[in-house]
Write a protein that binds this ligand. Sequence first.
Ligand code: SF4
Length: 252
Amino acid sequence: MIEGSRIRGFDPVRLAEMIEQRVVSGSRRKYYRFRGSRFYGGSAVGDVVGCNLRCAFCWTGRPRDDVRLGFLVSPEEAYRRLDSIAKTRGYKYVRLSGGEPTIGFNHLGRLIELFEQNSSYTFILETNGVLMGARREYVRVLSGFRRLHVRVSIKACSPELFTKLTGASPDFYEYPIRAVKHLADYGVSFHVAIFAAFGDEACWAQLLERLVDAAGPDLLENIEVEPLVLYPPAKRRLRLLGLKPRFYYEPR
Ligand code: SF4
């Protein structure tokens, strides 16, 4: 149903609410794995189930859409697992990735709180920014944490491309930009990753101007360009949609 509405676009806030009912139980949230990764110079990662976008280039695979997968984990257990990986490998960072970690916000808040109270790691929250754009209150809560860093991944430089690439309605294109504004307003540590493989330079220049308006020129110093790694399923989906990336990497 969601893939079929790619032309018109679906409501990703409503979808997040529907997914939340399936991946959250009390304070527990569904994950599909915990692992170490080399990103950020080494980080312990919890990969969560469920995302409210349907990016054609997504690498997450089945746990993004199939909410039957994964296992429910309390914030305390997620803390123990991430702490153990980070401790064993000498990492300074822990992060949530995979699907969209702001789905199940109470779980997320409690998990970050546990890290604040019991460790000195930096907690990196990787998000598509849609829910933070819709709910300023989320960002207000996050502003209470001192060792949190948010990475907002912006998938497209225009409403039309946003819908083509993510499947969500063009009405929600603004939401990640709003999230950036909320983060700047509340003084939360963050940076923006742009997914520049689609859209021309003029389109991205316009988006960057919007971001500067939202959060000030300092934001430009830390912009990350997110690479497109073209795994076979992503390649197939992009071909079906008639979307050609300007640049990409092969998985190896
Ligand atoms: S926001 Fe991230 S996890 Fe969600 S569909 Fe897009 S690439 Fe995949």
